[in-house]
Design a protein around this ligand. Structure first.
Ligand code: 13P
Length: 257
């Protein structure tokens, strides 16, 4: 099964509009001399206030823009939230949902992930749905059960046709921002489990089409061996996405170039 590699940079709460545009301009310069960015789907996910400027800067390039959250309502009294319509109108094409930092610090649950996911699909945004276990869950042998619960809850009520468009990001929480990358074997085992769970819910044909990214201290130096694994189709990158040369190199490495 040929799944197109997808590399997305999650800028988290970094880069104001000026800094974001500068990063995209630097990426464009590097991509002009390197075809790797054409062979993968390349996405950057800036903070909300940086999105407009980055969409403008990324025009006529291979760089697509994503958001880091979406509310489930179309509009209304939800202070601090953002709707699918607002994102779509701003030129956003992807949206990260259920990142572990949202789950840890902002009360995100599988039910809210599911509601946000449905809103993203309604507005024709490509969702990047994050799942992943905490360190103590891994150490107590609960990784697969945690992933299954997150997948069953997060993708409840989604059709097979919708699932094919969704990107899943496996982000073991203990590997995020810690410099401790999961070994290719550990990551592959989790990805294979996620695909098995998707196959049980949606059938093998759909599950084989879903792209599953790895996230957690991925960088140029380890991207190649991770993405070489059978069920790893790209990366959701934090720290290494904040520097143009590192991010661009990571894309080539992920493609095995
Ligand atoms: P780091 O790459 O900084 O570990 O972050 C991963 C992540 O959380 C991407 O969403």
């Amino acid at each position: 099964m040929d799944r197109k590699v997808i590399i997305a940079g999650n800028w988290k709460m970094n880069k104001n509009a000026c800094e974001g545009v500068a990063l995209v301009e630097d990426l464009k310069k590097i991509f002009a001399d390197c075809s790797c960015s054409c062979e993968a789907d390349v996405v950057v996910c800036p903070p909300f206030t940086t999105i407009g400027a980055v969409v403008e800067a990324a025009k006529n390039s291979n760089i697509k823009v994503g958001a880091q959250n979406i509310h489930w309502a179309d509009n209304g009294a939800f202070t601090g939230e953002i709707s699918g319509d607002m994102l779509k109108t701003a030129g956003v094409e992807y949206v990260i949902i259920g990142h572990s930092e949202r789950r840890q610090y902002f009360g995100e649950t599988d039910a809210t992930v599911n509601a946000r996911l449905k809103a993203a699909l309604k507005y024709d945004l490509i969702p990047i749905v994050c799942v992943g276990e905490l360190l103590d869950e891994r150490e107590s042998g609960k990784t697969e059960a945690v992933l299954s619960t997150q997948i069953r809850g997060g993708f409840d009520g989604i059709s097979g046709a919708e699932m094919e468009k969704i990107v899943v990001a496996y982000e073991p929480v203990w590997a995020i921002g810690t410099g401790k990358t999961a070994t290719p074997e550990i990551a592959e085992a989790a990805h294979a489990h996620i695909r098995k769970e998707l196959a049980a819910m949606f059938g093998t044909e759909v599950a084989e089409k879903v792209r599953i990214q790895y996230g957690g201290s991925m960088k140029a130096a380890n991207a190649r061996e991770l993405v070489a694994q059978k069920d790893i189709d790209g990366g959701l990158i934090g720290g290494a996405a904040l520097k143009a040369d590192e991010f661009a190199k990571l894309i080539c490495e992920a493609l095995g170039k």
